[in-house]
Design a protein around this ligand. Structure first.
Ligand code: DC
Length: 205
């Protein structure tokens, strides 16, 4: 059985948490596609050309423990605007999406470009303020030193770059279900996502 759940949306909207939990709930594999762009961005910070890094991405690049910093997030958003970088990462994502047993992919262009045929498409969003606060709490809990204002500026800058780029901009697919988590806690957001997937599972009408 192949069954793809595409979960797109802006930074810190809750995509990652929802995707992981949904994959565990249904026993699907999960791919955080942002990690691919972060790994490429990380290698550009180390001095490599983005296109070369994307073409030669290795499993160990995804296992580095420094991919979650604000610096790497910005580098990821920049390399993600380069068409050759995106093209180099397409086949891997598509193969993952159609693997047997079901897959959840989260990112910015999964429902629009990588997997337009996905059985379920969710666009998870929340206000920039709510997302910045969540990311701020997450970063400070991990010991990063920053301010809420700095995180909000970062979130806005990344949103603008990701949504305005010419190639595969972040946007909901026409047939995506919007999930605004601004006023939802994690269990409520997860329940809403699971309900959408249940409706589309084989044999459930
Ligand atoms: O989801 P994330 O914050 O880890 O993603 C980091 C950056 O990578 C994000 O700012 C835009 C880019 N990205 C993308 O362009 N397409 C994807 N499918 C996933 C991430």
């Amino acid at each position: 059985m192949t069954f793809t759940v595409a979960i797109d949306g802006p930074a810190a909207a809750g995509k990652g948490t929802i995707s992981k939990a949904v994959a565990a709930h249904f026993g699907f594999a999960h791919l955080d596609t942002g990690l691919l762009y972060r790994a490429v961005g990380r290698r550009t910070l180390d001095g490599e050309a983005a296109e070369v890094a994307a073409r030669t991405l290795r499993p160990e690049d995804l296992e580095r423990d420094d991919l979650r910093t604000a610096e790497v997030a910005q580098a990821a958003s920049k390399v993600a605007a380069i068409p050759e970088v995106r093209a180099a990462l397409v086949d891997f994502q598509r193969a993952f999406a159609r693997r047997a047993g079901g897959a959840v992919l989260d990112g910015r262009d999964i429902g629009t470009v990588i997997c337009p045929e996905a059985e379920v498409k969710l666009f998870v969003t929340a206000s920039a303020e709510v997302r910045a606060e969540r990311r701020y709490l997450e970063l400070t809990a991990k010991g990063h030193v920053t301010t809420l204002d700095a995180v909000l500026a970062d979130v806005r800058e990344r949103d603008a770059r990701d949504a305005d780029r010419a190639t595969a901009p972040m946007k909901p697919a026409e047939d995506a279900v919007l999930l605004d988590t601004s006023a939802m806690d994690i269990p409520a957001a997860l329940a809403a996502a699971i309900a959408q997937i249940e409706r589309k599972r084989p044999g459930r009408g």
